[in-house]
Ligand binder design. Structure first.
Ligand SMILES: Nc1ncnc2c1ncn2[C@@H]1O[C@H](COP(=O)(O)OP(=O)(O)OP(=O)(O)O)[C@@H](O)[C@H]1O
Length: 301
């Protein structure tokens, strides 16, 4: 397997009086190509420092970092990355097409016109003639996203991509990012919106005090491994399901059960069927990522 990002024992200590605390205290991380990876953590955990290292804006104090198989300070590697910064600096007197055309030229895209129009349409800004200074926060964010998407980069690094975007716009951004994943791009996301992160990313890393304290697939991080969620067709006999050891969920009419292995899960399902219940859905029960984050941060304290 090839990796879009490979960090080995990566450390960063900022200069200044007393040298400060290490912002990155030895990060080992491999992000597979084509995956959606979400980096989460509390304020000051080191997320921005890690992203800046990926973009060679920050020089690590020690350790190794490879991005798309090369050195992040190599301009040829940088050209294959699309980046949406957390704090966008946009030229307010320009129009969206002018701004994107200038980015396209910087990225070395020949005849950028059609690509600029394509990306503007994807972010819902086609035909937008206002100057950027008159854009709403969400429109500016969409424009920043279009700039990151120009030229179909192999790696997208997105810092709070849905910040300021309304709920329907967020759904559009999610769809757009799933299109990017489907074409084989790697998406590296930094967001405090955990509900967005779980909907976009299949892998999650938790940073706490400069250390990667948990990392893995969403299922491995949030799944209990033994709890399952089930949904039965209307008319299931509640009392008989309770007798068979199923627990109802108060919120949404789903049920849950414990089963440590496929055999015991099969036996559970047989028991449910014996009550006359018809199974509609079965999935591993996932814990809330917020709880997993809180637990990981506490353990690292
Ligand atoms: N330029 C800098 N000089 C000195 N210390 C810095 C600098 N940038 C960040 N730090 C420190 O490094 C640590 C990690 O900061 P970083 O911005 O990477 O965290 P973060 O996880 O991105 O936080 P947030 O969620 O608030 O954006 C913090 O203790 C911060 O104060």
């Amino acid at each position: 397997m090839t990796f879009a990002i490979e960090a080995v024992a990566l450390r960063k200590r900022y200069g200044g009086l007393g040298g400060g605390r290490e912002a990155l205290a030895g990060i080992d991380l491999q992000v597979p190509r084509g995956s959606g990876f979400g980096l989460i953590g509390l304020n000051g955990a080191g997320k921005t420092t890690f992203i800046k290292s990926l973009l060679s804006v920050v020089r690590p104090t020690s350790g190794h970092l490879r991005v798309l198989g090369g050195d992040p300070s190599d301009p040829a590697i940088r050209a294959r990355i699309g980046y949406l910064p957390e704090r966008l600096q946009l030229p307010h007197a320009w129009r969206a097409t002018e701004f994107l055309a200038s980015i396209a030229r910087l990225k070395g895209l020949g005849r950028p016109g059609p690509e600029v129009e394509r990306q503007l349409a994807r972010v819902g800004l086609a035909g937008e003639a206002k100057r950027i200074g008159a854009f709403s926060k969400g429109m500016k964010q969409r424009l920043g996203l279009a700039a990151a998407l120009l030229g179909g980069p192999e790696l997208l690094i997105l810092d709070e991509p849905t910040d300021g975007i309304d709920p329907l716009g967020r759904a559009e951004v999610r769809r757009l990012l799933s299109e990017e994943l489907a074409r084989g791009a790697t998406v590296f996301l930094n967001s405090h919106l955990l509900s967005e992160t779980v909907r976009i990313c299949d892998r999650i890393g938790i940073l706490a005090k400069g250390r990667l304290v948990r990392e893995g697939s969403l299922d491995s991080l949030c799944g209990s491994g033994t709890r399952h969620r089930l949904r039965f067709a209307a008319g299931a006999d509640r009392e008989r399901l309770l007798d068979a050891g199923f627990l109802p969920s108060a919120e949404d009419g789903a049920w849950s059960c414990e089963a440590a292995d496929p055999e015991s899960l099969g036996a559970r399902l047989d028991a449910a069927r014996a009550t006359g219940a018809l199974l509609l859905e079965l999935a591993p029960e996932l814990r809330d990522l917020e709880d997993v984050l809180a637990e990981a941060v506490e353990a690292a304290a």
